[in-house]
Unconditional design. Structure first.
Length: 338
């Protein structure tokens, strides 16, 4: 199929910490599976990362690290476009235009904003960037006229918002943006914290034994999983009961990494104890991370390789994004620059 007739996909991850197993199962794994079917654009969203304060040296380092992990997880830079969001200025430019169509009430209702704002130490220093975060995300998606956006479950509301903004703009100025569909994986769309299975596993959560990181050594993986919170029922079954959330989470991790169905996963652990479940999860996680880390080390040690991919990716992304931006600028009435 040619690039023209393929449907387009766009997604991104913030370089705001070390990527977790949640990022892998909710996002990266499905990106890899979709790269043959769609015309894919995957960016490292550094403009989003600075909605909460970042150390500049760390941010630069994490930006390269996340891009290298995209490739290490199996994205083929020959097939997909990998780039850094701030390398394509159209993202900031369209975000501003869309901000002027974004009702504050819609933004105030966003769960991620409320959660992240509540976590800030000084409430009077919450940036308006954090509030406007979803509008920048809408710009990312709409610039590429993406048909589908593969993300974890926590991003559903941001996708709804993107669709609403796009529809509002299309209604005023005529058909401009493709209305994107959200694409959520069947298993692993919401991996929970190992230390607290009622809160989402997140890369910016500092506590020990909360997350598995993609660059963790096998021993750290083992330690975090063996200490994961379970319950006293002794049952190894998928369940919606919040008291069983820890065991369900471990089963979900096992299911998504082994490729088994829910029933097959439960059968696999029938008659076994939580120690067996945890050891099973340690094994599938380490079997996934080992080849990934080997590829990562190769990519990072090859001077110039990653930077060339990002330069090439930015060029391709700019070309696509600027076409949409120009159309939008024209529609809202900006005088063409000569
Ligand atoms: P932060 O804690 O810095 O906000 P995060 O770990 O939530 O970050 P994002 O960069 O916001 O990660 O998310 C990147 C992608 O990973 C999104 O598609 C998101 O839905 C997905 N994702 C993040 N955490 C999880 C999780 N625990 N389970 C499944 N998917 C997840
Ligand atoms: N908000 C997303 C990251 C993100 C994104 C995007 C995802 C920024 N821009 C565009 C998909 C498409 C998050 O996971 N927190």
């Amino acid at each position: 199929m040619s690039e023209i007739s393929k449907k387009r996909v766009l997604s991104g991850i913030q370089p705001s910490g070390n990527l977790t197993l949640g990022n892998y199962l909710g996002a990266l794994k499905q990106w890899v599976e979709e790269q043959a079917t769609f015309d894919c654009y995957f960016c490292v969203v550094d403009l989003h990362a600075i909605t909460v304060q970042q150390d500049p040296i760390e941010l630069r380092k994490k930006t390269r690290e996340v891009a290298a992990l995209y490739i290490a997880c199996g994205l083929d830079p020959e097939k997909v476009t990998i780039f850094v969001q701030s390398h394509v200025s159209a993202h900031s430019e369209l975000a501003w235009i869309l901000t002027c169509f974004a009702p504050i009430g819609w933004l105030n209702r966003m769960t991620q904003f409320k959660d992240k704002a509540a976590k800030q130490q000084q409430q009077d220093s919450i940036s308006s960037g954090l509030l406007n975060y979803p509008t920048l995300m809408a710009a990312d998606i709409l610039l590429y006229q993406a048909h589908a956006v593969p993300v974890g479950d926590d991003q559903r509301q941001h996708l709804e918002y993107t669709r609403d903004i796009a529809q509002r703009f299309n209604h005023i100025y005529g058909e401009t943006f493709v209305i994107p569909e959200v694409m959520i994986p069947k298993a692993g769309a919401r991996i929970m914290g190992l230390d607290n299975p009622l809160s989402k596993m997140s890369k910016s959560e500092a506590s020990d034994n909360h997350a598995i990181y993609l660059l963790d050594e096998p021993n750290r993986v083992k330690k975090a999983i063996m200490r994961a919170v379970t319950d006293s029922s002794g049952e190894i079954l998928f369940s919606d009961n919040p008291e069983r959330a820890g065991v369900s989470n471990l089963l979900t991790i096992y299911q998504s990494l082994s490729g088994l169905s829910k029933d097959e996963t439960q059968e696999h652990f029938a008659g076994k104890g939580y120690g067996d479940l945890k050891r099973g999860v340690v094994d599938v996680v380490n079997a996934t991370l080992d080849p990934l880390q080997k590829r990562y080390n190769q990519i990072i040690s090859e001077t110039g390789y990653l930077d060339a991919i990002l330069a090439n990716g930015a060029e391709k992304a700019r070309e696509r994004a600027n076409r949409t931006l120009r159309e939008v600028q024209d529609k809202v009435g900006f005088l063409a620059a000569r």
